[in-house]
Design a protein around this ligand. Sequence first.
Ligand SMILES: C[C@H](O)[C@@H](O)CC(=O)C(=O)O
Ligand SMILES: [Mg+2]
Length: 471
Amino acid sequence: MVRGRISRLSVRDVRFPTSLGGHGADAMHTDPDYSAAYVVIETDAEDGIKGCGITFTLGKGTEVVVCAVNALAHHVLNKDLKDIVGDFRGFYRQLTSDGQLRWIGPEKGVVHLATAAVLNAVWDLWAKQEGKPVWKLLVDMGGERSQHEAPPKCWPLPLLSRCQDPRMLVSCIDFRYITDVLTEEDALEILQKGQIGKKEREKQMLAQGYPAYTTSCAWLGYSDDTLKQLCAQALKDGWTRFKVKVGADLQDDMRRCQIIRDMIGPEKTLSLFLQMMDANQRWDVPEAVEWMSKLAKFKPLWIEEPTSPDDILGHATISKALVPLGIGIATGEQCHNRVIFKQLLQAKALQFLQIDSCRLGSVNENLSVLLMAKKFEIPVCPHAGGVGLCELVQHLIIFDYISVSASLENRVCEYVDHLHEHFKYPVMIQRASYMPPKDPGYSTEMKEESVKKHQYPDGEVWKKLLPAQEN
Ligand SMILES: C[C@H](O)[C@@H](O)CC(=O)C(=O)O
Ligand SMILES: [Mg+2]
C-alpha cells in the first residue's frame, strides 16, 4: 500500500489573532496568537494524497520554526515513503541526529518542534495511504490475539503482514536514552498484554468516545462574567471537568476558583465534577507549595506546571508536599523529550502525565512515553487545545486506551473549543468525549482557504491587522 517518493515539502507560517479576545492567556503567556508551522509533503505517486503536519506556536517565533523545517527538509526529500516507514526508527534518528542541527537541540527547542511538524506530516501521509486514521493504523499495527491464545514466542516478520505486528510498532521508536527504564522487549510485552480485550475497547471507543475536560471557560484573559457565562453553557453542554488558569494573583485565583466551585457544586467534588488548575510554570518551588496550600480548599484534582518544566526534582518536592492535600502534579506540555518524562517518572514527580503531539518528536516519541507511563502505571492526560492539538492528540490517546493502558481510571484528555473550523477533519465531541476520527490520516490537514487567509504576514487577516497594531 505504501508508495511514492517524497517530491516536495512546503512549510507555511499560519497565525490566528487569538490574543485579541484573551483566548489562551495564562500566567506566563499573556497574549498568545495561536499559530502553527504547517508542513505539506507530496509524493510522485500521482494519487493526489498529501501529508500534512503541524507544530504549535504562540505567534512570534513561528518564522524560526519554519526556518528549522526548511533546514531539515533535505532528510525527507527524494526518500521513498516505503523506506521511511520500513525503518522509522532509523529515519527518526536521522532527523534528530543531523550532525550540525543537533547542536541547536538536541531533541529540544525549535529544532525538535520542526522535527515534530515534519514527522506529523509523514504519519498523516502514511495513514492516508493505508486508508486509516492514525489511531487505527497504530491499533492494527499492535497486532491481534484472542483472550486465550498464548503470545507467540517469536514473530516471523516476513510471514506476517508488516502492518499487523507489534514489532512494527516498536520499530518506530528510538529507545536511545531510555533503555534503563524501557527496553524493546518491555515494549513488546506491554503491547502483547494489551491485546487482551482490545477488540472490546475499540468498540467501546467507537460507541462512547474518550472522556475529555474543557479549558475553554477559564483563561486568565477572561472577565468573571465571561467565566460564569461560559461555565454555565459548558455545564449545559454536558461538561463536568473544568481547568482554570492560576498563578498570577492569589486573590484573583481564589475568586475565580470559587466561581467555578460554586457552579459545579461542592457536593460533587468526589464525583465526575472536577476542577483542575494550571500555573504554566509561574512559581518557584516553595512558592508553588505555599500558593497551592491556599487553593487546596477548592479541591483541585491537579496543579499543572507549577514550576519550570525542566525542574524534575522541584516537581518531586512539590508533589511530596501536595499529594497529602489531595492535589496531584500534572506536567508535560513543555517537556522537550522522552528523557525528561523518564526522569519525571523515575523521580515520582508527577501523578498525571501530559503528552503533547507537537512538542515531542511526533507519534514516534509519543509512543515511547505512552509505554513508559504504562510501565510506571501513571495515567496519561494529554495536553491539547492550541491550534490543531486536539485534532492530533485524540489519535494518540485513543490508541493508548485500546492497545496500551486499557484503563480510563483517572484519565481525561484536554479539550479547547477554538479554531477547529480551520481543519478539514475537525474533532468531534459528543457528551464531553472525543469520538474516534474515521477519516484516513492524522486529522492535520487545514483548509487551504484558512491557511491563505491567516498566513503571516501577507494573509488577508494580517494585512488588515498589522497596520492597525503598528499605530
Ligand atoms: C498558552 C496556552 O494557551 C497555554 O495556556 C495552554 C495550556 O497550558 C493548556 O492548555 O494546558
Ligand atoms: Mg497547561
